[in-house]
Design a protein around this ligand. Structure first.
Ligand code: GLN
Length: 534
Protein backbone atom coordinates (compact mmCIF):
# COMPACT_ATOMS: atom_id res chain seq x y z
CA UNK A 1 0.00 0.00 0.00
CA UNK A 2 1.52 3.32 -1.00
CA UNK A 3 1.37 6.39 1.20
CA UNK A 4 1.84 8.76 -1.68
CA UNK A 5 0.42 12.26 -1.29
CA UNK A 6 -0.91 14.02 -4.36
CA UNK A 7 -0.67 17.68 -5.30
CA UNK A 8 -2.81 18.89 -8.19
CA UNK A 9 -1.80 22.06 -9.97
CA UNK A 10 -4.44 23.85 -12.03
CA UNK A 11 -4.39 27.16 -13.84
CA UNK A 12 -6.94 29.89 -14.33
CA UNK A 13 -7.46 33.23 -16.10
CA UNK A 14 -5.06 32.63 -19.00
CA UNK A 15 -2.72 29.99 -20.30
CA UNK A 16 1.09 30.39 -20.22
CA UNK A 17 1.23 31.43 -16.57
CA UNK A 18 3.99 28.95 -15.92
CA UNK A 19 2.22 26.06 -14.18
CA UNK A 20 5.09 23.83 -15.25
CA UNK A 21 7.67 26.03 -13.56
CA UNK A 22 5.62 26.36 -10.38
CA UNK A 23 5.09 22.58 -10.28
CA UNK A 24 8.80 21.97 -10.89
CA UNK A 25 9.79 24.57 -8.26
CA UNK A 26 7.50 23.07 -5.63
CA UNK A 27 8.85 19.62 -6.47
CA UNK A 28 12.41 20.91 -6.16
CA UNK A 29 11.74 22.35 -2.70
CA UNK A 30 9.95 19.26 -1.42
CA UNK A 31 12.74 17.09 -2.80
CA UNK A 32 15.34 19.34 -1.16
CA UNK A 33 13.62 18.66 2.16
CA UNK A 34 14.33 14.96 1.78
CA UNK A 35 11.19 13.62 0.09
CA UNK A 36 10.96 11.51 -3.06
CA UNK A 37 8.90 13.33 -5.61
CA UNK A 38 7.92 13.26 -9.26
CA UNK A 39 5.83 15.47 -11.51
CA UNK A 40 3.23 14.44 -14.03
CA UNK A 41 1.53 16.41 -16.79
CA UNK A 42 -2.00 15.73 -17.98
CA UNK A 43 -2.59 17.19 -21.44
CA UNK A 44 -6.17 17.69 -22.54
CA UNK A 45 -5.67 17.26 -26.29
CA UNK A 46 -6.71 14.29 -28.38
CA UNK A 47 -3.33 13.44 -29.90
CA UNK A 48 -2.04 10.29 -28.23
CA UNK A 49 1.27 12.10 -27.73
CA UNK A 50 2.79 15.33 -29.05
CA UNK A 51 5.19 13.41 -31.34
CA UNK A 52 3.26 14.18 -34.48
CA UNK A 53 2.69 17.85 -33.65
CA UNK A 54 4.47 20.60 -35.50
CA UNK A 55 6.73 22.59 -33.12
CA UNK A 56 4.80 25.71 -34.12
CA UNK A 57 1.74 24.15 -32.50
CA UNK A 58 3.22 22.94 -29.30
CA UNK A 59 6.90 23.84 -29.00
CA UNK A 60 9.53 21.17 -28.63
CA UNK A 61 8.68 17.52 -28.23
CA UNK A 62 10.63 16.26 -25.23
CA UNK A 63 11.85 12.65 -25.21
CA UNK A 64 12.24 10.60 -22.04
CA UNK A 65 14.72 7.79 -21.41
CA UNK A 66 12.05 5.18 -22.09
CA UNK A 67 11.34 6.73 -25.47
CA UNK A 68 8.11 8.58 -24.76
CA UNK A 69 7.49 11.68 -26.87
CA UNK A 70 6.15 14.16 -24.37
CA UNK A 71 5.22 17.72 -23.52
CA UNK A 72 8.09 20.16 -23.09
CA UNK A 73 7.13 20.71 -19.46
CA UNK A 74 8.70 17.33 -18.71
CA UNK A 75 11.98 18.91 -19.75
CA UNK A 76 11.53 21.53 -17.05
CA UNK A 77 10.69 18.83 -14.53
CA UNK A 78 13.89 16.93 -15.27
CA UNK A 79 16.03 20.08 -15.36
CA UNK A 80 14.70 21.08 -11.93
CA UNK A 81 14.59 17.80 -10.05
CA UNK A 82 17.49 16.14 -11.87
CA UNK A 83 15.67 12.81 -12.17
CA UNK A 84 14.43 11.07 -15.30
CA UNK A 85 10.72 11.02 -16.08
CA UNK A 86 8.93 8.41 -18.19
CA UNK A 87 5.86 7.77 -20.33
CA UNK A 88 3.81 7.62 -17.14
CA UNK A 89 4.66 11.25 -16.42
CA UNK A 90 2.74 12.51 -19.43
CA UNK A 91 -0.81 11.47 -20.20
CA UNK A 92 -3.03 12.94 -22.91
CA UNK A 93 -6.77 12.74 -23.49
CA UNK A 94 -5.91 10.77 -26.63
CA UNK A 95 -4.08 8.14 -24.60
CA UNK A 96 -6.90 7.93 -22.04
CA UNK A 97 -9.54 7.45 -24.74
CA UNK A 98 -7.38 4.99 -26.65
CA UNK A 99 -7.08 2.78 -23.56
CA UNK A 100 -10.79 2.98 -22.76
CA UNK A 101 -11.82 2.26 -26.36
CA UNK A 102 -9.41 -0.68 -26.56
CA UNK A 103 -10.91 -2.07 -23.35
CA UNK A 104 -14.39 -1.61 -24.76
CA UNK A 105 -13.45 -3.51 -27.92
CA UNK A 106 -11.95 -6.29 -25.81
CA UNK A 107 -15.21 -6.58 -23.96
CA UNK A 108 -13.96 -5.40 -20.59
CA UNK A 109 -17.14 -3.38 -20.05
CA UNK A 110 -19.45 -5.94 -21.64
CA UNK A 111 -23.10 -4.98 -21.22
CA UNK A 112 -22.34 -1.43 -20.07
CA UNK A 113 -22.64 1.95 -21.75
CA UNK A 114 -19.14 3.45 -21.80
CA UNK A 115 -19.24 7.06 -20.59
CA UNK A 116 -17.04 9.99 -19.63
CA UNK A 117 -18.09 9.43 -16.04
CA UNK A 118 -17.12 6.89 -14.77
CA UNK A 119 -15.00 5.26 -17.48
CA UNK A 120 -12.88 8.17 -18.69
CA UNK A 121 -12.56 9.67 -15.21
CA UNK A 122 -11.61 6.25 -13.77
CA UNK A 123 -8.89 5.86 -16.38
CA UNK A 124 -7.58 9.36 -15.53
CA UNK A 125 -7.54 8.48 -11.82
CA UNK A 126 -5.74 5.22 -12.58
CA UNK A 127 -3.06 7.11 -14.51
CA UNK A 128 -2.59 9.66 -11.75
CA UNK A 129 -2.13 6.96 -9.11
CA UNK A 130 0.05 4.72 -11.26
CA UNK A 131 3.25 6.62 -10.47
CA UNK A 132 2.65 6.60 -6.73
CA UNK A 133 1.67 2.94 -6.66
CA UNK A 134 4.51 1.71 -8.85
CA UNK A 135 7.36 3.76 -7.47
CA UNK A 136 6.05 4.64 -4.05
CA UNK A 137 6.94 8.33 -4.26
CA UNK A 138 6.27 10.38 -1.16
CA UNK A 139 4.68 13.08 -3.29
CA UNK A 140 3.35 13.13 -6.85
CA UNK A 141 2.65 16.54 -8.32
CA UNK A 142 0.16 16.41 -11.17
CA UNK A 143 -0.12 19.43 -13.41
CA UNK A 144 -3.37 19.69 -15.32
CA UNK A 145 -2.80 21.32 -18.70
CA UNK A 146 -5.10 24.02 -20.06
CA UNK A 147 -7.13 26.53 -18.09
CA UNK A 148 -10.14 25.83 -15.84
CA UNK A 149 -13.31 26.43 -17.77
CA UNK A 150 -11.98 24.80 -20.95
CA UNK A 151 -14.38 22.13 -22.17
CA UNK A 152 -11.56 19.66 -22.67
CA UNK A 153 -10.20 20.04 -19.12
CA UNK A 154 -13.50 19.08 -17.49
CA UNK A 155 -12.96 15.31 -17.19
CA UNK A 156 -9.60 15.94 -15.51
CA UNK A 157 -11.05 18.39 -13.02
CA UNK A 158 -13.86 15.95 -12.27
CA UNK A 159 -11.39 13.08 -11.87
CA UNK A 160 -9.25 14.95 -9.33
CA UNK A 161 -12.37 16.13 -7.49
CA UNK A 162 -13.35 12.50 -7.01
CA UNK A 163 -9.83 11.48 -6.15
CA UNK A 164 -9.62 13.99 -3.32
CA UNK A 165 -12.40 12.14 -1.49
CA UNK A 166 -11.09 8.72 -2.31
CA UNK A 167 -7.61 9.58 -1.04
CA UNK A 168 -8.95 10.92 2.25
CA UNK A 169 -7.99 13.95 4.33
CA UNK A 170 -4.44 15.34 4.17
CA UNK A 171 -3.58 13.12 1.23
CA UNK A 172 -4.16 15.59 -1.56
CA UNK A 173 -3.82 19.28 -2.19
CA UNK A 174 -5.00 21.73 -4.81
CA UNK A 175 -2.71 24.51 -5.95
CA UNK A 176 -4.37 26.97 -8.31
CA UNK A 177 -2.33 29.42 -10.36
CA UNK A 178 -3.87 32.67 -11.56
CA UNK A 179 -2.90 36.09 -12.84
CA UNK A 180 -3.22 39.42 -11.06
CA UNK A 181 -3.10 41.93 -13.90
CA UNK A 182 -1.79 45.47 -13.46
CA UNK A 183 -3.81 48.26 -15.02
CA UNK A 184 -1.31 50.98 -15.77
CA UNK A 185 -3.97 53.62 -16.49
CA UNK A 186 -5.25 53.42 -12.93
CA UNK A 187 -2.03 52.07 -11.43
CA UNK A 188 -3.88 49.16 -9.85
CA UNK A 189 -3.48 45.43 -9.44
CA UNK A 190 -6.75 43.62 -10.04
CA UNK A 191 -7.94 40.52 -8.17
CA UNK A 192 -11.28 40.01 -9.90
CA UNK A 193 -9.97 37.52 -12.51
CA UNK A 194 -8.62 35.41 -9.63
CA UNK A 195 -11.95 35.55 -7.81
CA UNK A 196 -13.76 34.45 -10.97
CA UNK A 197 -11.30 31.69 -11.59
CA UNK A 198 -11.75 30.30 -8.08
CA UNK A 199 -15.55 30.51 -8.52
CA UNK A 200 -15.18 28.37 -11.62
CA UNK A 201 -13.20 25.84 -9.62
CA UNK A 202 -15.93 25.86 -6.97
CA UNK A 203 -18.60 25.30 -9.62
CA UNK A 204 -16.67 22.15 -10.47
CA UNK A 205 -16.61 21.11 -6.84
CA UNK A 206 -13.03 22.02 -6.00
CA UNK A 207 -11.88 24.48 -3.36
CA UNK A 208 -8.24 25.37 -4.06
CA UNK A 209 -6.05 25.04 -0.94
CA UNK A 210 -3.26 27.31 -2.13
CA UNK A 211 -3.42 30.17 -4.63
CA UNK A 212 -0.30 31.19 -6.51
CA UNK A 213 -0.72 34.61 -8.08
CA UNK A 214 1.41 35.58 -11.04
CA UNK A 215 2.11 39.30 -11.01
CA UNK A 216 4.42 41.88 -12.53
CA UNK A 217 4.30 44.04 -9.37
CA UNK A 218 4.58 43.10 -5.68
CA UNK A 219 1.28 42.27 -3.98
CA UNK A 220 0.70 44.12 -0.71
CA UNK A 221 -1.01 42.61 2.31
CA UNK A 222 -4.33 44.23 1.45
CA UNK A 223 -4.46 42.50 -1.89
CA UNK A 224 -3.52 39.18 -0.37
CA UNK A 225 -6.19 39.68 2.31
CA UNK A 226 -8.79 40.47 -0.29
CA UNK A 227 -7.97 37.34 -2.31
CA UNK A 228 -7.99 35.24 0.87
CA UNK A 229 -11.38 36.63 1.88
CA UNK A 230 -13.09 36.13 -1.45
CA UNK A 231 -11.48 32.83 -2.29
CA UNK A 232 -11.91 31.01 1.06
CA UNK A 233 -8.26 30.49 1.89
CA UNK A 234 -6.10 31.82 4.70
CA UNK A 235 -3.71 34.63 3.88
CA UNK A 236 -0.58 32.42 4.17
CA UNK A 237 -1.98 30.33 1.36
CA UNK A 238 -1.99 33.30 -1.01
CA UNK A 239 1.42 33.10 -2.65
CA UNK A 240 2.96 35.79 -4.77
CA UNK A 241 4.83 34.71 -7.89
CA UNK A 242 6.48 37.79 -9.28
CA UNK A 243 8.29 37.91 -12.64
CA UNK A 244 11.99 37.08 -12.40
CA UNK A 245 14.93 37.19 -14.79
CA UNK A 246 15.38 33.41 -14.90
CA UNK A 247 12.97 30.54 -14.33
CA UNK A 248 15.64 28.95 -12.13
CA UNK A 249 15.06 31.62 -9.53
CA UNK A 250 11.46 30.57 -9.01
CA UNK A 251 12.22 27.80 -6.46
CA UNK A 252 14.09 30.32 -4.29
CA UNK A 253 11.24 32.77 -4.61
CA UNK A 254 8.70 30.10 -3.71
CA UNK A 255 10.80 29.21 -0.70
CA UNK A 256 10.68 32.81 0.47
CA UNK A 257 6.91 32.69 0.05
CA UNK A 258 6.87 29.43 2.07
CA UNK A 259 4.99 27.54 -0.62
CA UNK A 260 6.73 24.29 0.31
CA UNK A 261 6.07 24.63 4.03
CA UNK A 262 2.40 25.44 3.54
CA UNK A 263 1.98 22.54 1.11
CA UNK A 264 3.67 20.10 3.51
CA UNK A 265 1.58 21.34 6.45
CA UNK A 266 -1.63 20.81 4.53
CA UNK A 267 -0.49 17.32 3.59
CA UNK A 268 0.39 16.60 7.19
CA UNK A 269 4.02 15.97 6.33
CA UNK A 270 6.87 17.19 8.56
CA UNK A 271 8.98 20.06 7.22
CA UNK A 272 12.15 18.05 7.84
CA UNK A 273 15.42 19.86 7.34
CA UNK A 274 15.91 23.21 5.59
CA UNK A 275 16.01 22.56 1.83
CA UNK A 276 19.48 21.71 0.55
CA UNK A 277 19.89 24.25 -2.23
CA UNK A 278 23.60 25.08 -2.12
CA UNK A 279 24.35 24.04 -5.71
CA UNK A 280 21.20 25.72 -6.91
CA UNK A 281 22.09 29.02 -5.26
CA UNK A 282 25.60 28.81 -6.65
CA UNK A 283 24.09 28.39 -10.08
CA UNK A 284 21.87 31.48 -9.69
CA UNK A 285 24.83 33.44 -8.41
CA UNK A 286 26.96 32.49 -11.41
CA UNK A 287 24.06 33.17 -13.74
CA UNK A 288 23.70 36.68 -12.39
CA UNK A 289 27.41 37.47 -12.40
CA UNK A 290 28.85 36.40 -15.73
CA UNK A 291 32.43 37.36 -16.45
CA UNK A 292 32.23 36.97 -20.21
CA UNK A 293 29.71 37.13 -22.98
CA UNK A 294 29.53 35.07 -26.16
CA UNK A 295 27.09 34.86 -29.06
CA UNK A 296 26.13 31.52 -30.54
CA UNK A 297 24.00 31.10 -33.65
CA UNK A 298 21.16 28.60 -33.42
CA UNK A 299 20.23 27.63 -36.93
CA UNK A 300 16.81 26.13 -37.37
CA UNK A 301 13.59 26.57 -39.23
CA UNK A 302 11.17 26.89 -36.32
CA UNK A 303 12.91 29.89 -34.78
CA UNK A 304 9.79 32.10 -34.73
CA UNK A 305 8.79 30.11 -31.66
CA UNK A 306 11.70 29.85 -29.18
CA UNK A 307 9.87 27.01 -27.39
CA UNK A 308 10.67 24.83 -30.42
CA UNK A 309 14.24 24.56 -29.19
CA UNK A 310 13.55 24.83 -25.46
CA UNK A 311 15.93 22.13 -24.26
CA UNK A 312 18.81 23.33 -26.45
CA UNK A 313 18.39 26.89 -25.21
CA UNK A 314 18.23 25.73 -21.57
CA UNK A 315 21.27 23.48 -22.05
CA UNK A 316 23.17 26.54 -23.26
CA UNK A 317 22.02 28.46 -20.17
CA UNK A 318 23.39 25.66 -17.97
CA UNK A 319 26.62 25.45 -19.96
CA UNK A 320 27.09 29.22 -19.97
CA UNK A 321 26.49 29.46 -16.26
CA UNK A 322 29.09 26.86 -15.27
CA UNK A 323 31.56 28.68 -17.52
CA UNK A 324 30.58 31.97 -15.81
CA UNK A 325 29.64 33.21 -19.23
CA UNK A 326 26.51 34.85 -20.57
CA UNK A 327 25.47 33.08 -23.75
CA UNK A 328 23.47 35.12 -26.19
CA UNK A 329 21.60 32.89 -28.59
CA UNK A 330 21.11 34.41 -32.00
CA UNK A 331 18.31 32.49 -33.70
CA UNK A 332 18.93 32.25 -37.41
CA UNK A 333 16.34 31.10 -39.90
CA UNK A 334 17.92 28.42 -42.07
CA UNK A 335 15.77 29.37 -45.07
CA UNK A 336 17.43 32.80 -45.12
CA UNK A 337 20.98 31.47 -45.46
CA UNK A 338 22.38 31.51 -48.99
CA UNK A 339 25.92 31.13 -50.40
CA UNK A 340 26.21 34.89 -50.93
CA UNK A 341 25.04 36.02 -47.49
CA UNK A 342 26.29 33.30 -45.13
CA UNK A 343 29.44 35.21 -44.15
CA UNK A 344 27.41 38.30 -43.30
CA UNK A 345 24.75 36.39 -41.37
CA UNK A 346 27.35 34.49 -39.32
CA UNK A 347 29.67 37.48 -38.91
CA UNK A 348 28.85 38.19 -35.28
CA UNK A 349 28.50 34.64 -33.95
CA UNK A 350 31.41 32.80 -32.38
CA UNK A 351 30.00 29.32 -32.83
CA UNK A 352 26.91 27.66 -34.26
CA UNK A 353 24.47 24.95 -33.34
CA UNK A 354 22.57 23.39 -36.22
CA UNK A 355 19.25 22.28 -34.80
CA UNK A 356 17.23 19.09 -35.19
CA UNK A 357 14.37 19.04 -37.66
CA UNK A 358 12.36 17.16 -40.23
CA UNK A 359 11.81 17.49 -43.97
CA UNK A 360 13.37 19.37 -46.84
CA UNK A 361 12.48 22.96 -45.91
CA UNK A 362 15.49 24.96 -44.76
CA UNK A 363 17.94 22.14 -45.28
CA UNK A 364 20.18 23.82 -47.89
CA UNK A 365 20.69 26.86 -45.63
CA UNK A 366 21.88 24.58 -42.86
CA UNK A 367 24.31 22.86 -45.20
CA UNK A 368 25.71 26.21 -46.38
CA UNK A 369 26.18 27.29 -42.75
CA UNK A 370 28.04 24.07 -41.93
CA UNK A 371 30.37 24.59 -44.92
CA UNK A 372 31.14 28.11 -43.72
CA UNK A 373 32.04 27.11 -40.17
CA UNK A 374 33.96 24.03 -41.28
CA UNK A 375 36.10 26.05 -43.67
CA UNK A 376 36.59 28.93 -41.23
CA UNK A 377 37.39 26.86 -38.16
CA UNK A 378 34.39 28.18 -36.22
CA UNK A 379 33.05 25.90 -33.43
CA UNK A 380 30.15 23.74 -34.59
CA UNK A 381 27.69 21.50 -32.79
CA UNK A 382 25.24 19.60 -34.97
CA UNK A 383 22.32 17.92 -33.28
CA UNK A 384 20.47 15.07 -35.01
CA UNK A 385 19.48 16.65 -38.35
CA UNK A 386 22.37 19.03 -37.63
CA UNK A 387 24.80 16.10 -37.69
CA UNK A 388 23.15 14.73 -40.81
CA UNK A 389 23.65 18.12 -42.53
CA UNK A 390 27.33 18.06 -41.57
CA UNK A 391 27.66 14.60 -43.13
CA UNK A 392 25.89 15.70 -46.33
CA UNK A 393 28.03 18.84 -46.57
CA UNK A 394 31.26 16.88 -46.07
CA UNK A 395 30.12 14.30 -48.61
CA UNK A 396 29.40 16.94 -51.22
CA UNK A 397 32.23 19.39 -50.70
CA UNK A 398 35.11 17.29 -49.38
CA UNK A 399 34.47 13.84 -50.83
CA UNK A 400 33.17 15.30 -54.08
CA UNK A 401 29.93 13.29 -53.98
CA UNK A 402 27.97 16.06 -55.65
CA UNK A 403 24.51 14.63 -55.00
CA UNK A 404 25.21 13.38 -51.46
CA UNK A 405 21.99 13.63 -49.53
CA UNK A 406 19.69 12.06 -46.98
CA UNK A 407 16.99 9.86 -48.46
CA UNK A 408 14.60 11.90 -46.31
CA UNK A 409 15.29 14.82 -48.68
CA UNK A 410 16.00 13.03 -51.93
CA UNK A 411 14.80 9.56 -52.83
CA UNK A 412 16.78 9.53 -56.07
CA UNK A 413 20.23 10.48 -54.81
CA UNK A 414 22.98 8.10 -55.92
CA UNK A 415 24.87 8.92 -52.69
CA UNK A 416 22.54 8.34 -49.75
CA UNK A 417 25.06 9.23 -47.04
CA UNK A 418 22.13 9.40 -44.62
CA UNK A 419 19.60 6.64 -45.07
CA UNK A 420 16.82 4.62 -43.50
CA UNK A 421 17.79 1.45 -41.70
CA UNK A 422 16.14 -1.81 -42.72
CA UNK A 423 13.89 -1.91 -39.67
CA UNK A 424 12.46 1.54 -40.53
CA UNK A 425 11.72 0.71 -44.16
CA UNK A 426 8.41 -1.04 -43.58
CA UNK A 427 7.14 1.54 -41.11
CA UNK A 428 4.08 3.41 -42.33
CA UNK A 429 2.55 4.75 -39.11
CA UNK A 430 3.91 8.10 -38.01
CA UNK A 431 3.16 8.06 -34.26
CA UNK A 432 5.84 6.70 -31.93
CA UNK A 433 7.72 4.79 -34.63
CA UNK A 434 11.08 6.61 -34.76
CA UNK A 435 14.26 5.43 -33.01
CA UNK A 436 13.21 6.83 -29.65
CA UNK A 437 14.67 7.03 -26.18
CA UNK A 438 17.93 6.14 -24.56
CA UNK A 439 20.51 4.05 -26.44
CA UNK A 440 24.04 3.11 -25.43
CA UNK A 441 26.99 4.59 -27.31
CA UNK A 442 30.63 3.57 -27.15
CA UNK A 443 32.87 6.58 -27.42
CA UNK A 444 36.06 6.07 -29.46
CA UNK A 445 39.17 6.45 -27.33
CA UNK A 446 41.47 9.19 -28.53
CA UNK A 447 38.62 11.24 -29.98
CA UNK A 448 37.81 14.76 -28.87
CA UNK A 449 34.45 13.55 -27.66
CA UNK A 450 36.16 11.01 -25.43
CA UNK A 451 38.13 13.83 -23.86
CA UNK A 452 34.91 15.74 -23.29
CA UNK A 453 32.86 12.92 -21.77
CA UNK A 454 35.84 11.31 -20.09
CA UNK A 455 33.87 8.10 -20.35
CA UNK A 456 33.71 5.25 -22.82
CA UNK A 457 30.18 4.05 -22.29
CA UNK A 458 27.54 6.71 -22.50
CA UNK A 459 23.79 6.73 -22.99
CA UNK A 460 21.94 9.40 -24.90
CA UNK A 461 18.39 9.91 -26.07
CA UNK A 462 17.30 9.64 -29.68
CA UNK A 463 14.43 10.82 -31.87
CA UNK A 464 14.96 10.19 -35.57
CA UNK A 465 14.43 7.72 -38.39
CA UNK A 466 17.48 8.27 -40.57
CA UNK A 467 21.06 7.26 -39.83
CA UNK A 468 24.58 7.67 -41.14
CA UNK A 469 25.03 5.14 -43.96
CA UNK A 470 27.91 2.90 -42.85
CA UNK A 471 28.63 2.06 -46.47
CA UNK A 472 30.51 5.41 -46.60
CA UNK A 473 32.34 5.08 -43.31
CA UNK A 474 35.84 4.57 -44.71
CA UNK A 475 35.59 7.38 -47.23
CA UNK A 476 34.64 9.82 -44.47
CA UNK A 477 37.25 8.55 -42.09
CA UNK A 478 40.05 8.79 -44.62
CA UNK A 479 39.09 12.37 -45.43
CA UNK A 480 39.07 13.45 -41.78
CA UNK A 481 35.49 13.22 -40.59
CA UNK A 482 35.57 10.36 -38.12
CA UNK A 483 32.97 8.37 -36.23
CA UNK A 484 33.69 9.14 -32.58
CA UNK A 485 30.83 7.17 -31.08
CA UNK A 486 29.08 3.99 -32.17
CA UNK A 487 26.10 2.05 -30.97
CA UNK A 488 27.72 -1.12 -29.53
CA UNK A 489 24.82 -3.34 -30.62
CA UNK A 490 24.00 -2.12 -34.11
CA UNK A 491 27.22 -0.39 -35.15
CA UNK A 492 25.24 2.74 -36.03
CA UNK A 493 27.28 5.94 -36.04
CA UNK A 494 26.16 8.18 -33.19
CA UNK A 495 28.87 10.85 -33.27
CA UNK A 496 30.97 12.38 -36.06
CA UNK A 497 33.87 14.73 -35.52
CA UNK A 498 36.59 16.46 -37.47
CA UNK A 499 39.68 16.29 -35.30
CA UNK A 500 41.66 18.78 -37.39
CA UNK A 501 38.98 21.38 -36.80
CA UNK A 502 38.96 23.54 -33.68
CA UNK A 503 35.62 22.12 -32.45
CA UNK A 504 33.43 20.30 -34.95
CA UNK A 505 31.08 17.70 -33.49
CA UNK A 506 27.85 16.24 -34.85
CA UNK A 507 25.70 13.96 -32.72
CA UNK A 508 22.87 11.80 -33.97
CA UNK A 509 21.29 11.92 -30.51
CA UNK A 510 19.85 14.78 -28.49
CA UNK A 511 22.21 15.75 -25.65
CA UNK A 512 19.88 18.64 -24.76
CA UNK A 513 17.37 16.25 -23.16
CA UNK A 514 19.90 15.32 -20.50
CA UNK A 515 21.23 18.68 -19.35
CA UNK A 516 20.02 19.80 -15.92
CA UNK A 517 20.84 22.69 -13.60
CA UNK A 518 22.97 20.62 -11.24
CA UNK A 519 24.26 18.37 -14.01
CA UNK A 520 24.92 20.39 -17.16
CA UNK A 521 25.69 18.33 -20.26
CA UNK A 522 29.44 17.96 -20.99
CA UNK A 523 29.07 18.57 -24.73
CA UNK A 524 27.41 21.95 -24.27
CA UNK A 525 29.75 22.85 -21.42
CA UNK A 526 32.81 22.10 -23.51
CA UNK A 527 31.40 23.85 -26.58
CA UNK A 528 30.90 27.06 -24.56
CA UNK A 529 34.27 26.64 -22.88
CA UNK A 530 35.96 26.47 -26.27
CA UNK A 531 34.18 29.59 -27.53
CA UNK A 532 35.07 31.44 -24.33
CA UNK A 533 38.74 31.12 -25.30
CA UNK A 534 38.17 33.71 -28.06
N1 GLN B 1 14.68 14.14 -39.80
C1 GLN B 1 15.80 13.45 -39.30
C2 GLN B 1 15.50 11.98 -39.05
O1 GLN B 1 14.37 11.59 -38.91
C3 GLN B 1 16.36 14.09 -38.06
C4 GLN B 1 15.42 14.12 -36.91
C5 GLN B 1 15.83 15.07 -35.82
O2 GLN B 1 16.59 16.00 -36.04
N2 GLN B 1 15.28 14.89 -34.62
O3 GLN B 1 16.40 11.18 -38.95
Amino acid sequence: MSNTKYIFVTGGVTSSLGKGIISASLAKLIQARGYTVTIQKLDPYINVDPGTLNPYEHGECYVTEDGAETDLDLGHYERFINLPTSQENNVTTGRIYQTVINKERRGDYLGKTVQVIPHITDEIKRNIQLLGKKHNYDVVITEIGGTVGDIESLPYIEAVRQLKWELGVHNSLFVHLTLVPYLSASGELKTKPTQHSVKLMLENGIQPDILVLRTEHPLNTDIKKKVALFCNVNIESVIQSIDVSTIYEVPLLMKEERLDIIALQKLNLPENEEPKLKKWKEFINNFKNPQKEITVGLIGKYIELPDSYKSIIESMVHAGTVNKCKVIIKSIHSEKIKEDNVAVILKDVQGIIVAPGFGQRGIEGKIIAVKHVRENNIPFLGICLGMQCAVIEFGRNVLGLKDADSTEMSRITTNPVIDLMEDQKGVTEKGGTMRLGSYPCKVVKGSKVFEIYNEENIKERHRHRYEFNNHYIEKFENAGMKPAGLNPDSGLVEIMEISEHRWFIGVQFHPEYRSTVVNPHPLFVNFVKEICKD
